[in-house]
Design a protein around this ligand. Sequence first.
Ligand code: SDX
Length: 392
Amino acid sequence: VTGAITLDPGYKNSGACKSAITFLDGEEGILRYRGYAIEDLAEKASFLEVSYLLIFGELPTSQELERFETNIRKYTLVNEEMKNIIDGFPKTAHPMGVLSALTSALTAFNPKSVNVENEKELYEGICKTMGKFLVIATWTYRKAMGYPLNYYDNTIGYVDNFMKLMFSLPTGPYSTNPKVVAALDKLFILHADHEQNCSTSTVRMVGSSHAGLFASISAGVSALWGPLHGGANQAVLEMLEEIHKAGGDVEKFILKAKDKEDPFRLMGFGHRVYKNFDPRAKIIKVAADEVLSSLGVEDPLLDIAMKLEKAALEDEYFKARSLYPNVDFYSGIIYRALGIPTDMFTVLFAIGRLPGWIAQWVEMRANKEPIGRPRQVYVGSPLRDFVPADKR
Ligand code: SDX
């Protein structure tokens, strides 16, 4: 399925991994999936094409793409007993916590682990994961709204299904704006993989113990939830709303972000790898403008975001630390314009990142990588003798 890479023995304790999936150049702001530039893929490919590319290593022919979508459709039914699990959550539960739990619970209903040694079983496991994850991700919203849970519609596309699963109600017919679906398709592509980020490293680490794919992805969902990682897209919107309430005073927030006494950070800014513009942020910024104008949406938060970006990019503190907008800075503006509620933004990040997690997990297992076991630098106490309690 993926070109197995021979690993030199010394790599075992290095903590780094070898991967043929995504290439990043943080200095030049380059991102490529299996050698294809993110700019090309975002403009010319569909999310399912990119998912196939990441997982199987090649862009699919039309027949391969049709077979992929047909097989995903075979597995979009989620066991009805899963509804007992989602019923156990309060409506106020954060969707990412519910999604992580439901993803792990899928193992109970699909106990046969994804077998990377058997091509047919592996393909089936991949399609099952793509199908069921999308459905349960939307169930987290339906649960929070108190709406009935929807089923995948095999007559429409994968991203169309996301909108229908999320928003269609039994009280009337449902149709989606093709511009909304196209914008979401592009956003999912931009989130699909990003080499060894926190959540992907988590998926690889958990999978390296030969835990199943659902269990590994459930752990990835939890890692992505953090506001320093995927949770930043929700935190950006909350920050922009706070700035808006403060009368749009972006300078005040730039000062706060520079104040070492204040834990506040400018959400959506900075990146461990990109010390130049995040190429995804550039694409999303243009898309935000296009989507809002094509939908006729006036959002003061977009103006604030642009004002904040300009002020930060001109600020010496931010320039000295190469802090630029990242993928999360503008994505929330588009999600909001598409009617997605703020606490679902990181769930959308997870839907986009799913094929990347799958691809990385399969690569790690196909390459028979040893169990992840990072070492440490010990800085604790030297050897000392035990002291009985009455002498302490
Ligand atoms: C994602 O890894 C990936 O690829 C992740 C991701 C993916 O696709 O999977 O790209 C998705 O997670 C994007 C990042 C989303 N998170 C945020 O937007 C949260 C805000 N950003 C930061 O918390 C921070 O920039 C990180 C977490 C993204 C990166 O942190 P680093 O690399 O550990 O940088 P650092 O904390 O060491 O900061 C270096 C300096 C520090 O100042 P000094 O101590 O040198 O004086 O820069 C400052 C930091 O205080 N700094 C910020 C800042 N980010 C870093 N100061 C203010 N605002 C910020 N956002």
